[in-house]
Design a protein around this ligand. Structure first.
Ligand code: SAM
Length: 291
C-alpha cells in the first residue's frame, strides 16, 4: 500500500504554491452566481495539525507557511494575502496550529447557497477515514461527498458537472511512476468530457524523466485540444549546507482554462514566494502561458 502521507508535507513550499493558485482560481470561479463543482481527485486527510508528530518530524511547514506568515514581504501581493487570510481562518488569532489541505481550502470558498459541490477522492485508508471525520464536523457537509476510491477513475462520473462550470484538482503523490502517465491520460480524457472546465495539476520538479516530461506532455495535450494554459514553477533552491540532500526544492502547477486574471495576479505572488521562502542556490520561479 502507499507510504505517502501528506501530513509530513502539509504547509511546505509546494502547498504554498498549490493552495495560493487554488484560492485564486476558486475566487474567480465563485465570482459568478452559477453553481460550480470542484473535484479533488487526490484529497489527502483534509486538515493537518502543524504541532503533531508528522509535522514535527519533517519540519517542512517551517520552510513554507510558517516562514511566510512570520516574515511576509511588504506590501504583500494580493494572492498571498488571500492565502494567509484563508489559513488564518482555520486558526485562533495569532496562532498557527491547523493547516487546511485542498478539500478545506475549497470548502471554505464554496457557497452552499449557490449549490456548489465538492467531490473528494482519497485512497489511503487512514487518510480517507480522517477526511471523512473532518468533513462530518462541518456545517455545510451536504455540499461534500467523499469516497475512498481511485480519483483518476472516479472523476469520469462527474464530468461534465450539471452546471457545466467547475474545477478539477489533480494532485497525486507520484509515489508510483505510472502516476505521471495517468495524469496526462486523465487530462486528455477529461477535456473530451468537459472541455470548458478548469483543471489544475500539481507536480514535483525532481530529477526523474517522467517528472521532467509532464509539463511538456500537458502542454501538448492542451494545445491539441485548443485550450489555453498557464504553468507556474516555484523553486526555493537550497542552502550550501544542504547540497548533498536538498529534499524537494521545486514544484509546478499547470492550469488549463485558467482565469484570465491569474497570470497578472500570480506574477508578484510568485516573486514574493521566492523572496520569502528562497533558501539560496537555485532559487527561482517560472511563469508562462499560452492561448
Ligand atoms: N490534495 C491534497 C492537498 O493539497 O491538501 C494533498 C494530496 S497528496 C499530495 C496525494 C494524496 O493522494 C495522498 O493522500 C494519497 O494517499 C492519495 N492517493 C494516491 N493515489 C490515489 C488515487 N489513485 N486516488 C485517490 N487518492 C490517491
Amino acid at each position: 500500500m502507499f507510504s505517502y502521507r501528506h501530513g509530513f508535507h502539509a504547509g511546505n513550499h509546494a502547498d504554498v504554491l498549490k493552495h495560493t493558485v487554488l484560492i485564486a482560481v476558486l475566487k474567480h470561479l465563485t465570482a459568478k452566481p452559477t453553481a460550480i463543482t470542484v473535484v479533488d481527485t487526490h484529497a489527502g486527510a483534509g486538515l493537518y495539525r502543524l504541532d503533531d508528530d508528522f509535522a514535527a518530524t519533517s519540519g517542512e511547514a517551517a520552510e513554507g507557511i510558517v516562514r511566510l506568515r512570520q516574515q511576509p514581504p511588504e506590501p504583500l501581493a494580493p494572492l498571498l494575502a488571500d492565502y494567509l487570510e484563508l489559513v488564518a481562518s482555520f486558526n485562533k488569532a495569532g496562532s498557527l496550529k491547523v493547516y487546511p489541505g485542498s478539500p478545506f481550502v475549497a470548502q471554505a470558498l464554496l457557497r452552499p447557497e449557490a449549490k456548489d459541490k465538492l467531490r473528494l477522492f482519497e485512497l489511503h485508508p487512514t487518510d480517507s477515514k480522517a477526511l471523512a471525520a473532518h468533513v462530518e464536523q462541518i456545517e455545510a457537509q451536504r455540499m461534500v461527498t467523499q469516497v475512498k476510491a481511485d480519483g483518476f477513475e472516479g472523476l469520469k462520473a462527474h464530468l461534465p458537472p450539471p452546471s457545466r462550470r467547475g474545477l478539477v484538482l489533480i494532485d497525486p503523490s507520484y509515489e508510483i511512476k505510472t502516476d505521471y502517465g495517468k495524469v496526462t491520460a486523465c487530462v486528455q480524457d477529461s477535456l473530451k468530457r468537459f472541455a470548458t472546465g478548469t483543471y489544475m495539476v500539481w507536480y514535483p520538479v525532481i530529477p526523474r524523466p517522467e517528472a521532467h516530461d509532464l509539463p511538456r506532455r500537458l502542454k501538448t495535450v492542451t494545445n491539441n485540444a485548443g485550450k489555453p494554459w498557464l504553468h507556474a514553477v516555484l523553486n526555493i533552491g537550497h542552502a550550501e549546507a544542504k547540497a548533498e540532500r536538498p529534499g524537494l526544492t521545486a514544484s509546478g502547477v499547470f492550469v488549463i482554462n485558467p482565469p484570465h486574471t491569474l497570470k497578472a495576479g500570480l506574477k508578484p505572488a510568485l516573486e514574493q514566494m521566492v523572496e520569502a521562502l528562497g533558501q539560496g542556490r537555485g532559487q527561482s520561479h517560472l511563469l508562462e502561458s499560452a492561448g
